[in-house]
Design a binder for this molecule. Structure first.
Ligand SMILES: O=C(O)C(=O)CO
Length: 265
């Protein structure tokens, strides 16, 4: 049975960030993920995890200037030094927080940029990240993101992500499979998900969910998530499923769909 991680960047926005850990634990979550830890001291976040008995599963490498609209820099020519410094910082946080995964965002590339040059920069940066992450026992994830939510984002299709992983060819560069993004861009999510779990190269290491099209609770949308969870269970997926959705109303009130899957001690 998959295990569910609360995404504290999108859920529990009723609370200040550091109080979201306790709220998630109160609802039965055993793990959390969120976009970025960097505005807090790593120990502060470690204390919040420990006080709530939660595990950290994932966060993202520094994305450039998020407030200015940047969505990662790994594929942006001229930002290589910034990328490497940022990834080294991410590794220092991951050492304290214990998360196995670090998601590296590719970025929104300028239409004037040569896509082949962006791809070469992306490959070199991912190779750097995977090499350094391996020294810390961490896994680098890349995630195709839909073009409606993130116009211009460099990585949108499952096959492109698999090809990048194949070309770099290291076992700790794997896929973050967001069912919401995949449904919007390509559909056929059950087959793509199950094939991705079986793949050796570019394997799906982490899954995220949200309702389509509204990105609210998975019960509020076109996908049959109980069917998808049963498929994950039948496939023996024992990894994490990140609940990366915007609650339609209150976070806790919206969890009825998940309660049957939350293990309680
Ligand atoms: O935007 C998303 O879906 C992400 O997972 C960013 O990390």
């Amino acid at each position: 049975m998959p295990q569910f991680a609360a995404n504290l960047s999108m859920m529990y926005q009723e609370y200040p960030f550091l109080q979201r850990f306790a709220a998630a634990a109160q609802d039965g979550f055993k793990a959390v993920e969120y976009l970025f830890p960097y505005e807090f001291d790593a120990q502060e976040l470690r204390d919040a995890l420990d006080a709530s008995g939660l595990q950290q599963v994932l966060f993202n490498a520094p994305p450039g200037d998020w407030a200015a609209g940047e969505r990662g820099i790994a594929a942006l020519p001229g930002r290589e030094a910034e990328f490497r410094q940022g990834f080294d910082l991410a590794l220092r946080y991951a050492e304290v927080l214990g998360n196995p995964f670090i998601h590296v965002m590719a970025g929104i590339v300028d239409v004037q940029q040569d896509p082949e040059r962006c791809r070469a920069v992306y490959q070199r940066n991912l190779a750097y990240a995977a090499l350094h992450a391996a020294r810390h026992g961490k896994i680098v994830l890349i995630e195709p993101i839909n073009t409606r939510d993130m116009p211009g984002y460099f990585l949108n299709l499952q096959e492109d992500a698999q090809q990048i992983c194949h070309e770099i060819g290291v076992e700790n560069l794997q896929l973050q499979f967001d069912i919401y993004h995949c449904q919007i861009m390509q559909g056929d999510v059950t087959t793509r998900m199950l094939e991705g779990l079986r793949r050796q190269v570019g394997q799906i290491a982490h899954i995220q969910i949200a309702g389509v099209p509204g990105r609210h609770e998975p019960s509020l949308g076109e996908l049959n998530y109980p069917y998808l969870f049963a498929q994950l269970d039948a496939a023996g997926y024992a990894g994490w499923v990140g609940c990366e959705y915007r609650p339609a109303a209150g976070t806790s009130a919206g969890l009825d769909w998940l309660r049957p899957y939350l293990k309680r001690d």
